[in-house]
Design a protein around this ligand. Structure first.
Ligand code: SF4
Length: 349
């Protein structure tokens, strides 16, 4: 898929923007100074596919913990800092790879200058961004749409960094509203050269966030907009990573992932297909097996409906039928179903 061309920004060992893959990120839910919990959370997310993780830096203890965290993780780390510029300097000193900053809420210009110079010297990227809740106060009063206000707010932040010849910038413009988010990113992609971090802010608990995030982000991704993605969920960071990966895969932007197909089941289903499907799907997902696998309720319509799958299983009466590309190849009992499917899946890897 053709992606919008942006500058390429280096974050630790990875690259954001240009024509690089859309990167997956999430944010730790623990306090950063509890570094052992943070390390565990980051490593679990990385195993699931997170390319980079962000931590909040509220105080010196958090900033100093970055050094310890970095020793135990293998993906780049982003520090989220507001108001207190000294914490940004401390985070850079402790080895952070990228900073999420709003230069507009750091009042002392000399501190901003120090942060930018330190970021340059240590090759640290900076993400600037406006959220619907943090539009610049001068911009707020203007007769503009929220999307235009977000863009103008972020441009003011970019101006501050560019003033010191800093261009290692990633940009976000997050609204909690789907239409405003889409408009804001479309505007940004037309007028800014920097890679875009896309997401909706305050997207809600899992079920609500998933629908809202897909509604807001899929149109952008399909238009080639977005260089890194976060799906915000009031809940587990691992669910954010799983959701981002599924969305990217369904948009044709992430190959190394299974395509999971299953029918909704109906009155024709005569075996307990749902737990079997859940087990097979977790196996495929946890092992990143890039096959299309179908789990269908019955043999009447199952193989036909799933003929695009590499391999599938359909429920019969007290037994299952396993099929490849829509053609039945063997019958198995309910007890044998899971193990046989895994063997067949493994034989295709
Ligand atoms: S594949 Fe069979 S069980 Fe599943 S919805 Fe279709 S008819 Fe019902």
């Amino acid at each position: 898929m053709k992606r919008e061309k942006t500058r390429q920004v280096k974050i630790g060992k990875i690259l954001i923007g240009g024509q690089n893959r859309v990167l997956i990120q999430s944010m730790c839910k623990h306090k950063t100074s509890n570094w052992e919990e943070v390390v565990e959370e980051i490593n679990e997310c990385a195993k699931l596919g997170a390319d980079l993780m962000r931590v909040s830096v509220l105080d010196e203890e958090d900033a100093v913990s970055i050094k310890e965290i970095k020793k135990h993780i293998s993906i780049p780390l982003v520090a989220d800092i507001h108001f207190d510029g000294r914490l940004a300097l401390l985070a850079i000193e402790n080895g952070v790879d990228k900073i999420r900053l709003n230069p507009g809420n750091i009042k002392d210009e000399s501190v901003i200058k120090k942060i930018v110079l330190a970021a340059k010297e240590n090759r640290v990227a900076i993400r600037v961004g406006a959220n619907s809740g943090s539009v610049n106060s001068e911009v707020e009063a203007l007769p503009l749409s929220l999307a235009e206000k977000l863009l103008l707010s972020v441009k003011k932040q970019i101006d501050i960094l560019e003033k010191y010849d800093f261009y290692n910038i990633v940009v976000s413009l997050k609204a909690s509203n789907v239409k405003e988010t889409i408009s804001a990113y479309r505007l940004a992609s037309k007028s800014l050269p920097y890679p875009l971090h896309i997401g909706l802010t305050e997207a809600g608990p899992k079920d609500i966030s998933l629908v809202r995030s897909v509604a807001g982000l899929a149109p952008l991704l399909l238009e080639g907009i977005g260089d890194t993605i976060r799906i915000s969920i009031t809940g587990d960071a691992r669910d954010e990573v799983r959701a981002a990966k599924r969305l990217l895969h369904d948009c044709g932007l992430y190959d190394n992932y299974p395509t999971l197909i299953s029918c909704p089941t109906c009155g024709r289903t005569q075996v307990d297909v749902r737990p079997l499907g859940a087990k097979i799907f977790s196996y495929l997902e946890e092992n990143n097996i890039p096959l299309a696998v179908a789990v269908m309720g019955c043999v009447v319509n199952g193989p036909g409906e799933a003929k695009n799958a590499d391999i599938g299983i359909a429920g019969g009466k007290g037994q299952y039928v396993i099929f490849k590309k829509g053609v039945a190849i063997k019958k198995v009992s309910e007890e044998e179903a899971y193990d046989t499917m895994i063997r067949e899946i493994e034989s295709l890897r």
